[in-house]
Design a protein around this ligand. Structure first.
Ligand SMILES: O=C(O)C(=O)C[C@]1(C(=O)O)C=C[C@@H](O)C=C1
Length: 366
């Protein structure tokens, strides 16, 4: 994909790059007051929802096209740039008609290649920056596919927004961050600017600073954060919006990190640490290999005695004790639980192969 670096997008060189504004544009007064306060706090790229894709019917679905002249007015009055979500060719046409500066494709549109293609077709021959939110489901291929469709329409000022992934029972986050997905996108397409959306990941304002800092620690290029002049009275997403002053305070506290430093001492020290990490990784793999050989032995033994692979009591014991051992060793027990679930699945696969081989060879004998 041919994509322009964020510094060539013609935006202000804020560090970090921040897009902020209300979840929804509600009234001319709310918009004016919010934008005025954001501008005072140094924000010059505003976001605002005009058409809102809501999960349930009868929720507020955005004021629609009547917001566009209000946006045009604040853009002129305060000299700011404005980004909105588009979910159809009609939205694109309306947005461009009113001089909207940046568009984004929402998570519920990214999941649908038909919708993304229609949006892409309506962008042919237009030079506007477009950001593509991750799909609601944790599917990197779908996210990349949407970026490719928009890119093939000729959009080179193209970026990705990480807004987290729907979950059934994550009690902490509204949308699980599942950081490995945006990091994999970055690894495969380092040229695509990556913007983090801590508002939609957290769903609550208290968690926003932690997620925003984590994104900067992971070298994201920018943040998109919801901010409303009076969050508690917001018509949508009241719990996750910040007052403009709170947003400014948050930005002031964030630490931006460097990709690397031109410092030979740092480089050589890091190299030494990495060599140790290589050694430890090898030890981990050797230990895993030894465990697998034992699991195979257990599998052979089960086969000889016609015993089932899955041993619930033993597995319960393994699953209980390993996180405890981990805690004593200052390793995150939750991580170790996931790790052992993976290991157990692999053990079962191995033992199934062992049982299967017997089945096939006996079949052959017949
Ligand atoms: O203890 C066994 O029976 C094993 O085969 C080992 C093992 C494991 O990986 O720890 C694998 C499968 C069983 O469900 C329980 C435990």
């Amino acid at each position: 994909m041919e994509i322009k670096s964020l510094k060539d997008w013609g935006l202000s060189p804020q560090q970090p790059f921040v897009i902020a504004g209300p979840c929804s544009v509600e009234t001319p007064e709310q918009l004016d007051k919010t934008v005025s306060a954001l501008v005072k706090n140094g924000i010059d790229m505003i976001r605002g929802g005009v058409w809102k894709p809501r999960t349930r019917p009868n929720s507020f679905e955005g004021v629609g096209s009547i917001a566009l002249p209000w946006i045009k007015e604040v853009k002129e009055k305060y000299g700011v740039k404005f980004a909105i979500e588009v979910a159809s060719p009609f939205h694109v046409e309306e947005a461009l008609r009113f001089g909207i500066d940046m568009l984004w494709v929402g998570a519920r549109s990214t999941v649908n290649p038909f919708t993304v293609q229609e949006i892409a077709n309506s962008l042919k021959g237009v030079d506007v920056p477009v950001l593509v939110k991750n799909p609601v489901n944790p599917d990197l291929a779908l996210w990349i596919g949407a970026l490719e469709r928009i890119n093939h329409a000729g959009i080179t000022r193209l970026g990705a927004i990480h807004r987290g992934f729907s979950n059934f029972n994550d009690t902490v986050y509204r949308n699980s961050p599942t950081w490995q997905i945006p990091l994999e996108l970055r690894t495969r397409y380092p040229q695509i600017p990556l913007i983090n959306d801590p508002s939609h990941i957290s769903g609550k304002r208290d968690l926003i600073p932690h997620i925003a800092q984590m994104a900067l620690d992971l070298n994201f290029d920018g943040l998109i954060i919801e901010s409303h002049i009076d969050p508690d009275q917001a018509w949508s997403d009241a719990a996750q919006q910040l007052k403009p002053e709170a947003l400014a305070e948050l930005i002031g506290q964030l630490h931006t990190r460097l990709v690397s430093v031109d410092n030979p001492v740092f480089e050589s020290q890091l190299e030494i640490i990495r060599e140790h990490i290589d050694e430890v990784d090898r030890e981990i793999l050797e230990a895993l290999s030894r465990r697998m050989r034992l699991v195979e032995k257990a599998g052979e033994y089960k086969k000889m005695n016609n015993v089932a692979i899955f041993q619930m009591e033993r597995w319960k014991k393994v699953f209980e004790t390993r996180p405890e051992w981990a805690r004593a060793l200052q390793v995150n027990p939750e991580f170790v639980k996931e790790l052992f679930q993976l290991i157990h699945t692999e053990s079962i696969k191995k033992q199934e192969e062992i049982m299967g081989v017997a089945f096939y060879s006996e079949e052959k004998k017949k």
